[in-house]
Design a protein around this ligand. Structure first.
Ligand code: ACO
Ligand code: PYR
Length: 530
């Protein structure tokens, strides 16, 4: 295979991706995703099934008003119904009405499906495939055929499976896309079957692959098919799709380009991959999978001290590709598995000037391990870790001292919500401030009271709001006597930062995390002003 071989990338996030549980996209969502995929350089974007629902019809209508730079939109559907001729089939008519430059239809390969799902004869199915494509051929610019269940069909009856492809080609299909619809085929089987198809159909057959991930090998199957001669790859962003999902284009595209020496337009804009992947999760309203290869937040996150030491000397030691090639970044994590290298890397990230031989480095490592053993966790609480580092280095300001707090949760009737009130006493410089505040629950009351107490001294705290508050019960003592870890995410509208607190008392744990959040903001303001 030459280094310049180009592979067509066909994205079906908007069609097969929406067949995933929990994924629902509005027309506006679909348009926004299509525009992003176009920016990435995806060759074909399958927008939906116009014969299925009005929303998909509307998508095909709306997308016509956008001038896409590179991508071509594909409409998806099936061969005509067994009960109608192609000429009278509303599904085929809807595909033409969609006015998409590309139409892809799927047909049955597996005799089990022909018998039990379609309930027609094998010959009738062949006629449905050829007639549907032949009917569409003069009416659309580009025509592809998805051979549903191709691998299962081939294993059961290779001659019949091959005949379905011949009839699709006779009908005018430009690509014959071999689908592993049930996702149970393994890579060595894909290699063998694609090679046999190529031998049987000859070099003029242009083959594609569409793999599902039920055996967790959809990406491997796709790459195996490409090695065996497929030139067209179907998949979805983030692997979204029916059941366990589709082949993940976020892994396939970099593998083709960075590892197999192949070309594709999206490969020329690979540095957009991570942002596109995260954007699509956001629009789908799903958390982005941090463990996703190439594009996940953890894909280049180093935790073990040995790893961190080595990647700083040479990133290749623990990174299979440079993260920036796919628009991702290297991250160094802080945990009980850290060594001096993690601490020094974090110091650089925080802009702290600390020498590798400074005894404070070892003190920080020791404190980190001790605190993690007590239940603290700093991976999501880097602001607390920066404060800890500054304390060890002797450069931390406290800004205020707590003289005490008291929280009252007052419930007077069984059918009424309790009322929470907190009082806080703090000293700022020589001044003592004593304030009270109510809140929606005791933690909120405490948060309100401390902000109120500090308001005249540090008005910049008005910019701060809490984005997230998480409580995790830690293993150890059972039941309500267990320790809890509170993680708080705060923002001032520009930056976000995480802080942590641990205690047997949920209010004390919350207090620690809240106060770290406040002190971090004050530190940030001081540095900005300074
Ligand atoms: C492998 C894949 O992912 S294919 C894509 C699957 N995606 C979807 O199904 C989502 C969109 N689907 C839909 O909106 C609906 O299923 C529709 C509009 C397509 C069809 O709806 P309905 O007519 O109510 O049928 P239903 O959903 O029960 O599907 C079964 C029908 O499809 C027919 N069918 C299935 N595959 C094919 C095919 N390749 N060619 C022709 N007909 C087919 C079956 O024979 C059956 O028809 P019958 O009841 O007349 O025997
Ligand atoms: C066409 C398709 O989505 C499949 O066979 O899985």
């Amino acid at each position: 295979m030459s280094g310049t071989t180009s592979i067509e990338i066909y994205d079906t996030t908007l069609r097969d991706g929406t067949q995933a549980e929990d994924i629902h996209l509005s027309v506006e969502d679909k348009v926004r995703i299509a525009l992003k995929l176009d920016e990435l350089g995806i060759d074909f974007i399958e927008g939906g099934w116009p014969g299925s629902n009005p929303k998909d019809v509307q998508f095909f209508s709306e997308i016509q008003s956008y001038a896409l730079r590179h991508s071509r939109i594909a409409a998806f559907g099936s061969t005509h119904s067994a009960k109608t001729a192609a000429d009278d089939d509303p599904n085929l008519q809807a595909l033409v009405n969609a006015k998409a430059p590309v139409v892809t239809i799927f047909g049955k390969t597996w005799d089990v499906h022909v018998r039990d799902a379609l309930r027609v004869s094998l010959e009738k199915n062949l006629a449905m495939i050829e007639d549907s494509l032949a009917w569409l051929r003069p009416r659309v610019e580009t025509l592809f055929y998805d051979a549903e269940h191709f691998f299962d069909g081939f294993k059961a009856n290779p001659d019949y499976a091959l005949e379905t492809l011949r009839r699709a080609a006779a009908g005018g299909a430009e690509r014959l896309v071999l689908c592993d619809t049930n996702g149970g085929t393994l890579p060595h089987e894909v290699t063998e079957i694609v090679e046999r198809v190529r031998d049987a159909l000859g070099p003029e057959a242009s083959l594609g692959i569409h793999a599902h991930n039920d055996a967790d090998v959809a990406v491997a199957n796709t790459l195996a098919a490409v090695r065996a001669g497929a030139v067209h790859v179907q998949g979805t962003m983030n692997g979204f799709g029916e059941r366990c999902g589709n082949a993940n284009l976020c892994s396939i595209i970099p593998a083709l380009v960075l590892k197999m020496g192949l070309g594709c337009t999206a490969g020329e804009r690979l540095e957009r991959l991570t942002a596109t992947s995260r954007f699509i999760s956001e629009i789908a309203n799903l958390p982005h999978n941090k463990y996703q290869p190439y594009v996940g937040a953890s894909a280049f996150a180093h935790k073990g001290g040995i790893h961190v030491s080595a990647v700083q000397r040479n990133p290749e030691t623990y990174e299979h590709v440079p993260p920036e090639r796919v628009g991702n970044v290297q991250r160094i994590l802080i945990s009980e598995l850290a060594g001096r290298s993690n601490v020094l890397a974090k110091a650089r990230q925080f802009g702290l000037d600390i020498d590798s031989q400074d005894p404070a480095v070892l003190e920080i490592v020791a404190q980190l391990k001790e605190l993690e053993a007590r239940g603290f966790q700093f991976e999501g609480a880097e602001a607390s870790f920066e404060l800890l580092m500054r304390q060890a280095m002797g450069t931390r300001r406290k800004y205020f001292d707590l003289m005490g707090f008291r929280v009252i949760d007052h419930k007077v009737r069984e059918d009424e919500a309790p009322q929470a009130e907190a009082t806080v006493m703090v000293r700022v410089g020589g001044q003592v401030e004593h304030t009270a505040a109510v809140g929606d629950g005791p933690v909120n009351a405490l948060d309100n009271a401390i902000r109120k107490a500090l308001d005249t001294f540090y008005p910049q705290l008005r910019e701060v709001s809490l984005l997230d508050y998480k409580v995790r019960v830690l293993p150890g003592r059972p039941g309500t006597g267990a320790k809890v870890r509170v993680l708080i995410e705060s923002t001032d509208g520009r930056d976000k930062w995480g802080t942590v607190g641990v205690s047997h008392d949920i209010l004390e744990a919350s207090w620690q995390a809240l106060v770290d959040g406040i002190r971090y903001k004050l530190l940030k303001s001081e540095h900005k002003d300074g």
